[in-house]
Design a protein around this ligand. Structure first.
Ligand SMILES: N[C@@H](CCC(=O)N[C@@H](CS)C(=O)NCC(=O)O)C(=O)O
Length: 221
């Protein structure tokens, strides 16, 4: 491929981060363009069918949806990060879809306006983590000791959950030890640590603390 792929990003977005992790893991020389989602440029609106990031420009073509972008980048840069067995691969893809909900739940937790609403969402989140605990290998990564595409898909969630936990003093992973081990392993991978701008922690915490009247903002340091 002669032209560099170009990823259109918003610095805080966990879905963009999934794509960046795969691009970094595969050592792809790509370009990243940041936009402000609250004031998106006209050119972005004309290329992004859903008005969302990430968007990956490949020559004159444009791809959207983080899962599709992850799969495309993985496919054009063999060997694949997916497990080979078609059934395990299909199961991984299904749990990757399951992971989308976790990002949405964490976003809702940040916006909950009362302690009760926050606690209900937190319970739902922990319930989902328990479901994942039941299907996780218990080793460093989801399927075992090898970093797969599913690990890239979950890392942005665990990065933000750890930031939320540190700022609030809450422990979301105390009942799910496999998740804690997975989070620790993911957050020490260089393709993960290098997949965000260095000011991401301050930006994320600033975002949480600026939500008007949210319960989370009231308990964060
Ligand atoms: N399902 C999409 C979700 C992407 C998404 O929600 N991106 C957010 C930023 S984190 C966005 O662009 N939101 C802008 C909007 O909804 O208008 C994916 O996986 O790529």
């Amino acid at each position: 491929m002669s032209d560099k792929m170009e990823l259109v990003s918003f610095k805080l977005c966990p879905f963009v981060q999934r794509a960046v992790i795969v691009l970094k893991r595969k050592k792809v020389d790509f370009k990243i363009t940041y936009i402000d989602l609250s004031n998106p440029p006209e050119w972005f609106e004309s290329i992004s069918p859903l008005g969302k990031v990430p968007v990956l420009k490949v020559g004159k073509e444009v791809l959207f949806e983080s899962a599709v972008i992850q799969e495309y980048v993985d496919e054009v840069t063999p060997p694949s990060l997916h497990p080979e067995d078609p059934l395990i691969k299909a199961k991984n893809r299904a749990w990757m879809v399951f992971g989308d909900d976790l990002n949405m739940l964490m976003f809702k937790m940040a916006h909950a306006q009362s302690e009760q609403a926050f606690n209900e969402l937190q319970e739902t989140l922990i319930g989902k983590l328990k479901q994942l605990e039941g299907v996780h290998s218990g080793k460093a990564f989801f399927n075992g000791n090898t970093f797969n595409l599913i690990d890239a898909a979950f890392a942005p969630f665990f990065m933000r959950l750890e930031l939320m936990a540190k700022a609030s003093g809450l422990d979301f992973l105390s009942d799910v030890p496999k998740m804690q081990k997975w989070s620790d392993a993911l957050l020490s991978e260089s393709c993960v640590t290098s997949s965000v701008v260095k000011e991401l922690p301050q930006m994320y915490l600033g975002m949480i603390k600026n939500v008007n009247n949210s319960y989370l903002a009231s308990i964060c340091r």
